[in-house]
Design a binder for this molecule. Sequence first.
Ligand SMILES: *[C@@H]1O[C@H](CO)[C@@H](O)[C@H](O)[C@H]1NC(C)=O
Ligand SMILES: *[C@@H]1O[C@H](CO)[C@@H](O)[C@H](O)[C@H]1NC(C)=O
Ligand SMILES: *[C@@H]1O[C@H](CO)[C@@H](O)[C@H](O)[C@H]1NC(C)=O
Ligand SMILES: *[C@@H]1O[C@H](CO)[C@@H](O)[C@H](O)[C@H]1NC(C)=O
Length: 250
Amino acid sequence: MNRLLNLMIIILSISVILIKGDYLEYRKVHLVDQTTPLGNGNINYLFRGNEPKELINGTEYFAYEELINCMVNNSLSAGVKLPPQFIIVDIKLIYGLIDEESDIELEQTFFNANPQYGEFGTNVTLGDLWDPNFLPERDVKNWALNLSDWQHDNLPHRIPFYHDLLYTQHDLPLILYIHCECGCDRTGEVFASYAMKYLDYSFKESMEWDYKIAGRRIMINHQFASQWYCYYLQVAEGMTIDCSPPPLLE
Ligand SMILES: *[C@@H]1O[C@H](CO)[C@@H](O)[C@H](O)[C@H]1NC(C)=O
Ligand SMILES: *[C@@H]1O[C@H](CO)[C@@H](O)[C@H](O)[C@H]1NC(C)=O
Ligand SMILES: *[C@@H]1O[C@H](CO)[C@@H](O)[C@H](O)[C@H]1NC(C)=O
Ligand SMILES: *[C@@H]1O[C@H](CO)[C@@H](O)[C@H](O)[C@H]1NC(C)=O
């Protein structure tokens, strides 16, 4: 548990800079995946993004319409037309810190007041402190095999869980919106992992995608977590995937 404590302290110090006051940014919102037509003909959609919040005359609101505009617009540029009606399952990736509470409340209050629009939940996402690049290959393999026993975020369980959510049939089409504050680090970890498992990305490609959206490298603990998951896919699931990291210098 010591490692978890260290991780929390690091995140705490970084979060003072990164966590506060992010507003929805169009460039962070991306259509990542969609299902084939489900039993009732609906297609469900998976998006990544950042905090769906806007500031109007000094008051913060849940940016529902703006979020939809970003989604519609981003899908159109990918050649996909979203259906006119849908529900949103909005999952906020959190560290579990006090200063996140106002944004959690903002989102929860919105969906409590508008249950017809969908629902809201949170998932604690911390990353890993342990760098797989400096371990002997045999150790990396052994630890990757039992990743779900020791990794806080348990990506071997979490990523298929999101995929199952995406493939869940509802009366209306579903938009699964997974985000954090910046849409960079926690979101970057989750979507890099999703892209490696389901979209044929190598680890390096998934990081380059994250860096491009974030406009910078992502926090190293989140990068380590995705890389561990890459090794897990290799050794536990027998996937052919390149887990070498992007070069340190761009
Ligand atoms: C913001 O405040 C200005 C000036 O008080 C007002 O004209 C405007 O309608 C307000 N905007 C919204 C969206 O409430
Ligand atoms: C939607 O995309 C177009 C370009 O495809 C852009 O000009 C427009 O500003 C975008 N609208 C919003 C609300 O982001
Ligand atoms: C993640 O969020 C979903 C949706 O709210 C919830 O069902 C699930 O139990 C959460 N998982 C974890 C590990 O927190
Ligand atoms: C995971 O595997 C490593 C290496 O084989 C072993 O030392 C460690 O005890 C295992 N950890 C857990 C939590 O199962």
